[in-house]
Design a protein around this ligand. Structure first.
Ligand code: CTP
Ligand code: MG
Length: 393
């Protein structure tokens, strides 16, 4: 049975907060996971071609260009991917995809790019159900929680969960049934609903618990936790990051702040916050290791909230962000480069202040620039930090 796949990746990700289909999971964009799944089925000869539905302005350069060729649906035997622009709703995007599926297709399997971990077995199972005579086949999961009908926070009644399932993609259809179902032009959250509306039978096959749909950022955290060593190699849970920061000396003062410690000096450092250059380097190393951007992204210096702020508080928030993503800090190593003041008397206090917040594993060193350049000229202080973190979930 000639079978085509449609991957819908044209959503805006409003609940996620950005185009989630471009988010990375183990180094691959979510959309790539689905492309690889169906490319494998093309290689196996189970699927003839793939239509990838993207936002009208495209998916930018995020997808490896060699994997996608922008040719209209044709007879090409290579597993090239035909790209078409999606619509305002998921159903409209499926309709765009369907228009690019060749007439000769007898079965069509539709999949959400937001579900990166659907297995080839699951895709084969819905396709085979259609090959064996079903008009439509969809993966379903039994509900394990007790179900209640509510109005706001008020419970109206308890439902008999044995009559309900939740459903996933990929969903497979006889091509003519799916085309007919979409003629109505209705918008629904899956394609099987439209098939039900034209009175055709839909059957279920067992779904997969790990076939999680990324809807909010929490779902991506769950997926990251799921990616155990057996899937991505024994070192996959370790992450390394570096941070570098420099601040200029400013006005005459009695002290400056480094690693949360007041250090007597005749000039303070200039900056939007307390200019704690050492803590800033540590923050950047941690954020870098966790793939969470940089300090400017989380604590913008245009935001009055961080004016004069205690950088140790920022560090505390970053450590909490990492814990929320199930990261544990293995160790942090910091080097401060300063002609003055002499930092050696304060190293132990800085280490203990920082380890209160990070939970330990902190080493701080100081070095002199030997009179060279701006740092040697006592124009300011630079710090660099490395951090190693590990995912513990
Ligand atoms: N989708 C699409 N075109 C749309 C809307 C959704 O191709 N106009 C795709 C999404 O990219 C996703 C799948 O349909 O792969 C499931 O949709 P959903 O999880 O709702 O994604 P978004 O619509 O992007 O998210 P949100 O509803 O939060 O905006
Ligand atoms: Mg949506």
């Amino acid at each position: 049975m000639n079978t085509w796949a449609i991957i819908v990746a044209a959503g805006k990700g409003e609940r996620f907060g950005s185009m989630k289909q471009l988010e990375l999971l183990s180094g691959k964009a979510l959309t790539e996971w689905s492309l690889e799944l169906f490319s494998r089925l093309v290689e196996d000869g189970l699927v003839e071609g793939i239509v990838l539905v993207v936002p009208p302005d495209g998916l930018g350069t995020y997808l490896p260009q060699e994997k996608v060729t922008n040719t209209p649906g044709g007879t090409s035997s290579t597993p090239s991917v035909h790209i078409v622009a999606g619509g305002d709703s998921r159903s409209a995007s499926v309709r765009s995809g369907l228009a690019a599926v060749p007439e000769r297709a007898e079965a069509v399997v539709v999949h959400d790019a937001a579900r990166p971990l659907a297995s080839p077995e699951l895709a084969k199972s819905v396709i085979n159900a259609v090959r064996n005579g079903a008009s439509a086949a969809i993966p379903a999961l039994e509900i394990v929680d007790t179900m209640k009908e509510v109005e706001g926070s008020k419970v109206l009644r308890t439902l008999d969960r044995t009559h309900y399932v939740t459903v996933q993609t990929p969903q497979a259809f006889r091509a003519n049934v799916l085309r007919r179902a979409h003629e109505s032009g209705h918008d629904t959250t899956d394609d099987a609903t439209l098939v039900e509306m034209i009175g055709e039978d839909v059957v279920t096959v067992p779904g997969e618990r790990n076939n999680i749909k990324v809807t909010t950022t929490d779902d991506l955290v769950r997926l990251n936790r799921l990616m155990g060593p057996e899937k991505t190699g024994p070192m996959s849970k370790l992450r390394i990051g570096n941070g570098f920061d420099m601040h200029r000396f400013g006005h005459r003062d009695s002290h400056l702040v480094l690693g949360g410690i007041n250090i007597p000096h005749n000039k303070s450092l200039m900056g939007h916050s307390d200019a704690d250059v050492l803590t800033h380097a540590v923050i950047d190393a941690l954020l870098g290791a966790a793939g969470l951007g940089d300090i400017g992204h989380h604590f913008p210096d245009t935001d009055p909230l961080w004016s004069g702020a205690d950088s140790i508080e920022m560090l505390r928030q970053v450590v909490e962000m990492l814990h929320n993503q199930s990261y544990h800090i293995v160790n942090i190593d910091v080097t401060a480069i300063a002609e003055s003041p002499i930092l050696s008397p304060y190293i132990v206090s800085i280490q203990s202040r920082l380890s209160e917040v990070t939970g330990g594993g902190i080493n701080v060193k100081a070095t002199s620039p030997e009179g060279m350049g701006a740092l040697g000229n006592e124009e300011g202080i630079a710090c660099l930090a490395s951090a190693l973190i590990v995912m513990v979930a």
